[in-house]
Design a protein around this ligand. Sequence first.
Ligand code: PBG
Length: 346
Amino acid sequence: MTAASITAPLSTLRPDVDRITGRRRLRRNRRTDWSRRLVRENTLTVDDLIWPIFVIDGENRREPIAAMPGIERVSADLAAEEAKRGADLGIPAVALFPNVEMALRDQTGSEILNPDNVMCRATQAIKEATPEIGVITDAALDPFTDHGHDGILRDGIIVNDESVAQIAKAAVLQAKAGADIIAPSDMMDGRVGAIREALDAAGHSDIAIMSYTAKYASAFYGPYREAIGTDATLKGDKLTYYVDPANSDDALREAETDVAEGADMLMVKPGLPYLDIVRQVKDTFALPTFVYQVSGEYSMIEAAAANGWIDGERAMMESLLAFKRAGADGILTYFAPRVAEKLNAA
Ligand code: PBG
């Protein structure tokens, strides 16, 4: 049934509406398992999953993340093993986020321009071991700056164009290291176009851009900041460059700009509090649209489940299915390997 026919007065469609609605039994289709499966509108599959992985320096190193039970930071060699496991489970892609040594962080995030930085090394290690899995890298500066912002900070301002130039150079290095998709999460104006130009000029016209197009100034990133160490570095807030949670038109303008600048895929972040934005972006631009179930969403489910307040497994599956219902083509989720195992076992 189309939305239009739902909203049209029923009496215009069926003059005998009173008699019909009196007999309507919507529960009929829900009566049995086979029937529920038959009428199901949306499904979650392993092909929908992108697995975010936190990477650190060193070898054979794993560190737990207190605010994200069950998630660890891993060195490049172990990230390669994780990615291999992901590929074996059928997960299409991983997304890498680095926790950079504090001594390497500075005002401009210059370590992001080191072709041998932790992000590039992890990318190389994964691509060598498991070329068949997609590798998505973030070109934002926040893990590399000593102030935790996604751009360069000068006199209390995140300077846009200088940041964009740095981010575009970083994207080329990540592509050289083997990244398949560059996903800039910084929200600087003009970064998608600058990255596209820089990639093309360096001979990487096949490398795609997944733009964090509608990235909100959200409280739900808390545990992530512990994971990459920006809880300690971040000075102030990101309100001058992330989207205001009160707005949806602004998100559409962001998306329109990113599409015009050459984005191949769009992403909305966080996930569950922004399902309306996922739907609008998908319907308006008809591009592959992704959603990021962020750290705070993960940790809330885990914490409530650990307390016995909710059934964590069911909440995990229900939250991911909600993204599909909202129109998402894929989901970045820390639950990815667990969900893949569950779906494969079913
Ligand atoms: C910043 C960035 C953030 C996340 C990924 N990259 C947000 C932030 O720290 O402001 C959040 C991911 C998550 O919470 O899982 N470039």
